[in-house]
Design a binder for this molecule. Structure first.
Ligand code: HEM
Length: 367
C-alpha cells in the first residue's frame, strides 16, 4: 500500500487551523515548497492534504466519489440557502437538471447581447479625466448584467446594498468554514450587523421574486424557468429553493466577474504595452461600430488577457473535496474522509507550469 504524504503535524488540537485562518495562501505555498506536490497537514483532528499539480487536481475534480466538503457547503448554506453551490448528491443533480435550459447556447447568445447593452449604458456617462473607483463600477455593471440576463430586472439601485451586505457576511462565512473543520457541529456565527445583512440580501431577491409573481408573466429568463419548472412527477421547486438559487446566481455571477474585470484593469494599467496592443485589436476587429457577442471569439488577445487575469488573481482561489473512499494521489495514500485542498493561487503561480509566473504574459489559449 502506498505511504502517506509527507507533511507537518501542527499544534495540538487545532493543527494548522490558525495558519489557515490567518494567511492561507502563505501557509499553503510554504507547505508545497517544503513537502512537494502532495503535502499533508491537519485542521483540528481532521487529516488534510494539499495537492499542487494540475494533473492531480484534474483527477480529483473528475472523481465523482469526491464531493465538496460539508464545511464549505455549510458555510455557503448559512447565508445562501440550498442552492447549487451548497447542495450535493441527488438534490444538486435535480437543481442542475431543472436549471440547465438557462445555460443553453441560444440563451448564452442572448446574455451576450445583454452584456453589450448594459456595458454601453454604464459607460455612457463616463468622461475622460476624473478618477473612477473601477471596483465599484464593475460591481454595478456585473450586477446589472446578471439581474437583467437572469431576472429581466434593473437593479442598479440595489447593487451597492448587496456589495455592502456581502462585505459584512463573507469574512464570517469563511471563518465558519475553517472552524467547521475542527468543530463540525458548531453553527456559523454571524454578529448582529451581518445577520441584518443576510436579511437584506434575501429581501432583495424576495422582492424580485414577488414582483415576478405579481406580473405572472413568463419572460423566458431563469427566474421564469425556476418558477415554472416541473420534474417528471410534476413537482416544482419550493419558494425557498427558488430564492436560494436566485441568490446563488446573483452572488456567483456578479462578484466573480466584477473582481476579475477589476484585476484586468489593474494589470493593464501596469502593462501599458499590452494595453496598447489590446486597443489596437479592438480597433482592428470592431472598428468604430458597436461591439457584438460575435466579436468576442475574434478578440484573441483580450481573451488571453482575461485568462491571464484569472491565472494571476483567481477570484475563487481555493477549493476542497472529501473522498468517500481511500484514494491514491501522486503515489501517496489519502484516507477517506480527509480534506483534500487545491489552491489555484499557488498552483497558477508555480514557475514549473508558468514561466515568469508573476508577470502578465498573454499566451495562446488551450482549446
Ligand atoms: C470570473 C468568473 C467566474 C469564476 C472564476 C467562477 C468560478 C467558479 C468555480 C471555481 C466554481 C466551482 C466551485 C467548486 O465546485 O468548488 C464555480 C461554480 C459555480 N459558478 Fe462560477 N465562476 C464565475 C462566474 C460565474 C457566473 C457568471 C455564474 C452565473 C451566472 C456562475 C455560477 C456558478 C454556479 C451556479 C456554480 C455551482 C455549480 C454547481 O455546483 O453545480 N459563476 N464557479
Amino acid at each position: 500500500m502506498p505511504q502517506s504524504a509527507p507533511g507537518a503535524r501542527g499544534l495540538p488540537l487545532v493543527g494548522h487551523l490558525p495558519l489557515m485562518i490567518l494567511d492561507p495562501t502563505k501557509f499553503l505555498k510554504g507547505l508545497t515548497q517544503r513537502y512537494g506536490d502532495v503535502a499533508s497537514f491537519r485542521l483540528g483532528r481532521r487529516p488534510a492534504v494539499l495537492i499542487n499539480h494540475p494533473e492531480l487536481i484534474n483527477r480529483l475534480l473528475r472523481d465523482r466519489s469526491c464531493p465538496r466538503s460539508d464545511e464549505s457547503r455549510r458555510a455557503l448554506r448559512s447565508f445562501l440557502g440550498d442552492g447549487l453551490l451548497s447542495l450535493e448528491g441527488p438534490r444538486h443533480l435535480r437543481h442542475r437538471r431543472l436549471m440547465a435550459p438557462a445555460f443553453h447556447r441560444q440563451r448564452i447568445q442572448h446574455y451576450g447581447e445583454v452584456m453589450c447593452a448594459e456595458t454601453y449604458a454604464e459607460i455612457a456617462g463616463w468622461q475622460a479625466g476624473p478618477q473612477r473607483d473601477l471596483r465599484e463600477d464593475m460591481m454595478r455593471l456585473t450586477f446589472a448584467i446578471v439581474s437583467k440576463a437572469l431576472f429581466s430586472t434593473d437593479t442598479r439601485d440595489e447593487a451597492r446594498d448587496v456589495e455592502h451586505a456581502l462585505q459584512s457576511i463573507l469574512p464570517w462565512a469563511l471563518l465558519g468554514a475553517a472552524l467547521g473543520g475542527v468543530f463540525p457541529k458548531l453553527p456559523v456565527y454571524y454578529p448582529r450587523g451581518s445577520r441584518a445583512a443576510i436579511k437584506r440580501l434575501h429581501d432583495v431577491v424576495l422582492k424580485i421574486v414577488a414582483r415576478r409573481r405579481e406580473e405572472g408573466e413568463d419572460r423566458g429568463d431563469l427566474l421564469s424557468m425556476l418558477l415554472e419548472t416541473r420534474d417528471e412527477d410534476g413537482s416544482a421547486l419550493s419558494d425557498e429553493d427558488v430564492c436560494a438559487e436566485a441568490l446563488t446566481l446573483l452572488l456567483a455571477g456578479h462578484d466573480t466577474t466584477a473582481s476579475t474585470l477589476t484585476w484586468a484593469w489593474h494589470l493593464l494599467s501596469q502593462n501599458p504595452e499590452v494595453q496598447d496592443a489590446a486597443h489596437e485589436e479592438v480597433r482592428r476587429v470592431v472598428g468604430e461600430r458597436a461591439i457584438t457577442p460575435e466579436d468576442v471569439p475574434k478578440l484573441e488577445l483580450i481573451n488571453q488577457i482575461l485568462s491571464e487575469t484569472l491565472r494571476l488573481y483567481p477570484v475563487v482561489w481555493m477549493g476542497d473535496r472529501v473522498p468517500d473512499n481511500d484514494l491514491e494521489l501522486g503515489g501517496y495514500h489519502v484516507a477517506k474522509g480527509s480534506s483534500v485542498f487545491f489552491c489555484m493561487y499557488v498552483t497558477q503561480r508555480d514557475a514549473r507550469f508558468f514561466p515568469d509566473p508573476r508577470a502578465l504574459r498573454p499566451r495562446p489559449l488551450q482549446p
